[in-house]
Design a binder for this molecule. Structure first.
Ligand code: MTE
Ligand code: HPA
Ligand code: MOS
Length: 752
């Protein structure tokens, strides 16, 4: 089944925030943000700006009627700076004008005097100075201290990964409208409508029932709109609250890049010990997460780094500690993988370092240590592993031996061009790591003409979740897809939603939809059973016809629906789902946090031009554990998109702040993302179509985030290609591996 949005997407008819027709009298907002990264506000002069043509009103912290606070996990982030600024781009004032242009012209007339305070951009420096967002956490299994002496080989090192700009095509934005009795409706480009509703209520000091948030779809979120879409919804609502007027704010690209947080950069130390058989006996890691100036989602992201610090390997003795370090950068936030990729990069670096020193291919160590079913993760959950199946299938299907030979032949016969290859097994836990968030609801209405309306807490952001929701309803009722409509995500229809995140949206909301549909189906079947004088188990619905005792009846779906309505039986249901058996003990750092894990293996090859340092990825060959995929077209799309996004993070996307905390890579001219020319020439995806019982919807497996992890293999493929040219290259484990860095390492072995 095609993505149900493809028709309107192709015709340019899909509705995003900026496509919503604006109401007469709509005003436009723009934020005045801090030009410095840390300081005390001495004076703020808005008089000249406020007097400008078209300007209606300028709001500051003083105008917040409730709590001037948007922190989701920890209340440490003001909506509008009151006395201090903590990062370049921190909102200070909100200009509201009759036009977008007038608002932005007025911004330039606001004068602020800020007394500068010391700026920290480096997480290790923050840790030294005691600037931590939360106390550190440590995951432990076995006993590393006593394990080192069992090791034949021990290696230590450092590994760094940089941040990543979400670069959703649709920038952040919101549109709020006054409703009767002081209620407010907000159209928001958010992954978390409830977060927008909750925070608006808190900032305006009104009950949540006064705030309706509605989201049709996003032009991409990638985690960047899990928490950080809230700001803009609340800004608009603040203006609507005071002015009783519709207010819209759709950020310009540079505003978005400057004011919002990104993937967390990490700096980490590792120590790995192996025995004679190359089994990893012990692993220690210390992670310094660059959280930015406020908590945002950093504590949860940090936790997932720890959960995934051993990737898909079994290590009997592990000690991993993470620090969430407060710096003067925009608060960093969720980004596809949610801290997992940063943790996995470090153990891959440790394995690569060991392999280099031992003069073997990293794949030998990787393969020997893959998780087996029953192995325990450092957090106590036992693996139901597909790691070996994926690896073995990839080696066989893509003929690893032949690939290796081709690459070594190529490297022997070429001077200017060198090829490199890497394998990367992945393992990703599915569920929100905060157990409470694993719940979802769906509201299903069957109308008297047989058409069906479905509302859930799921937000469509390009990942195809609406298509999957439609498939659930269609499948259970056995009706034509054209009979089902998936409605916008709305806090008045579905309350207390978790954000669409953690790759769990289809699982959680799909199960809730399944529950609601099955309940309605039960009622329908009861009516049919009475009519055809049989029991409910003997009633079937197939392709819009009712079957009794295996025989086709005279009743079509529509007739059945109407007869049920005629008998005054409800054709609506609100389903609630929460996955069973997940729990976590924060004191012990042990539990069963994930419903299940997703596995896979990639083989990546790259060719570098040793004169210029530029490179091309020849092929990306994947065996991925999709479970029983619900929709292969969508799932392939998720895989391809995730892989390219992961490769971008590891290779070309380079966020640069100067020492003063100012973003230098602040536009698409200075921040390079993968384009059609830089994507791999070939991406092969093989479905490891497992049919095991799991907690996923229809035994499919969540697919949103895991494929991004394959991109990590790109970094190691590049390293291997450089080594083929310059075996003594001393390359720090420091991603992204940009063409500049490749060139440097080809000719200038440098130490960091
Ligand atoms: N795919 C598209 N096209 N656009 C997106 O914004 N977000 C990713 C992933 N795939 C995203 C995407 C992220 S970060 C997550 S958590 C999941 O989709 C969320 O959706 P799911 O839970 O339905 O997989
Ligand atoms: N993943 C993604 N988003 C989240 C999570 C998580 O585990 N927890 C809170 N938000
Ligand atoms: Mo995805 S980072 O969980 O929105």
């Amino acid at each position: 089944m095609k993505n149900i949005d493809s028709y309107t997407h192709v015709r340019g008819e899909s509705v995003y925030l900026d496509d919503i027709p604006v109401v007469n009298g709509t005003l436009y907002a723009a934020v005045f943000d801090s030009p410095v990264a840390h300081g005390k506000i001495k004076s703020l002069d808005i008089r000249e700006a406020a007097a400008m043509h078209g300007v209606v009103k300028i709001f500051t912290a003083k105008d917040v009627p409730g709590d001037n606070q948007i922190g989701g996990i920890i209340p440490d982030e003001e909506l509008l700076a009151s006395t201090h600024v903590h990062f370049c781009g921190m909102p200070i004032a909100l200009v509201v004008a009759e036009t977008d242009e007038a608002a932005r012209v007025a911004l330039k007339k606001i004068k602020v005097v800020i007394e500068s305070l010391p700026v920290i951009t480096d997480p290790r420096e923050a840790k030294e100075k005691g600037e931590l967002i939360i106390p550190s956490r440590t995951f432990q299994i076995g006993d590393t201290i006593n394990a080192w002496h069992q090791c034949e080989y021990v290696f230590e090192g450092r590994a760094d990964t940089n941040g990543q700009e979400h670069l959703y095509i649709e920038t952040q934005g919101a549109y709020s409208l006054p409703q009767e009795n002081s209620a407010i409706r907000i159209y928001s480009s958010t992954q978390g409508p409830t977060a927008v509703q909750r925070t608006t209520a808190r900032v305006l000091n009104i009950p949540m029932h006064q705030v309706e948030v509605d989201t049709t779809r996003l032009g991409g979120g990638f985690g960047g709109k899990e928490d950080q879409a809230t700001t803009w919804g609340v800004m608009c609502a603040l203006a609507t609250y005071h002015l009783k007027k519709p207010v819209k704010y759709s950020l310009q690209r540079m505003e978005d890049m400057r004011m919002t947080g990104k993937r967390h950069p990490y700096s980490s130390d590792f120590k790995i010990g192996l025995n004679k058989d190359l089994k990893i006996v012990a692993y220690e890691a210390t992670f310094y997460q660059n959280a930015g100036a406020a908590a945002d989602l950093s504590p949860a992201v940090m936790e997932r780094t720890l959960f995934h610090c051993t990737n898909s390997y079994f290590v009997p003795n592990v000690k991993a500690t993470a620090y969430s370090c407060r710096t003067n950068l925009p608060p960093n936030t969720a980004f596809r993988g949610f801290g997992g990729p940063q943790g996995m990069f470090v153990i891959e670096a440790a394995i690569a370092k060991a392999a280099d020193a031992l003069g073997i291919s990293a794949s030998v160590i990787q393969q020997k240590n893959l998780l087996q079913t029953g192995d325990e993760f450092p957090y106590g959950q036992k693996a139901e592993s597909e790691a070996n199946e994926c690896w073995d299938k990839a080696v066989e299907l893509y003929d690893l031996e032949k690939l290796q030979k081709e690459i070594s032949d190529f490297n022997h016969s070429n001077k200017q061009y060198k090829k490199g290859m890497a394998l990367m097994p992945i393992c990703f836990g599915i569920s929100f790591t905060k157990t409470m968030m694993n719940q979802a609801r769906a509201l299903v209405h069957v109308y008297t003409d047989g058409s069906v309306g479905v509302s859930t807490g799921a937000v469509e952001m390009g990942q195809g979740v609406n298509t999957k929701m439609l498939q659930v309803a269609t499948n259970i009722f056995s009706i034509d897809p054209a009979k089902v409509k998936i409605n916008s995500t709305n806090t008045y229809r579905i309350a207390n939603t978790s954000p669409s995140a953690a790759s769990a949206t289809a699982d959680l909301n799909g199960k809730a939809t399944e529950i609601a549909c099955k309940e309605i189906l039960k009622r329908l079947k009861k009516v049919a059973a009475e009519e055809f004088k049989t029991s409910e188990e003997n009633i079937d619905l197939k392709d819009e016809w009712v079957y009794a005792n295996g025989e086709k009846t005279m009743w079509e779906w529509k007739r059945l629906v109407f007869e049920t309505y005629f008998r005054r039986i409800s054709l609506s249901e609100h389903g609630h789902y929460t996955p069973p058996d997940i729990h976590y003990d924060l004191k012990k750092e042990k539990g069963h946090p994930f419903a299940y894990h997703v596995y896979g293996t990639v083989i990546i090859t790259v060719t570098i031009d040793c004169l210029r340092g530029i490179y091309e990825f020849d092929s990306v060959k994947v065996v991925h554990d999709f479970g029983n995929s619900m929709n292969t077209i969508i799932d392939i799309g998720q895989c391809e998109g995730g892989i390219v996004q992961g490769i971008g993070w590891m290779t070309m996307e380079e966020i640069v702040y100067d020492k003063e905390g100012k973003l230098l890579s602040n536009a698409l001219s200075t921040y390079k993302v993968p384009d059609i020319y830089s994507v791999p020439k070939e991406i092969d995806i093989h479905f490891l179509a497992t049919q095991k019982d799991n907690l996923a919807i229809f035994r499919s497996k969540a697919v949103g985030e895991p494929p991004l992890l394959y991109g990590i293999g790109a970094y190691f493929a590049l390293r291997n290609a450089v080594k083929a040219f310059n075996p003594s290259a001393d390359i720090p484990y420091d991603a992204p591996m940009t063409p500049e860095k490749v060139l440097m390492s080809l000719y200038h072995p440098f130490k960091k």
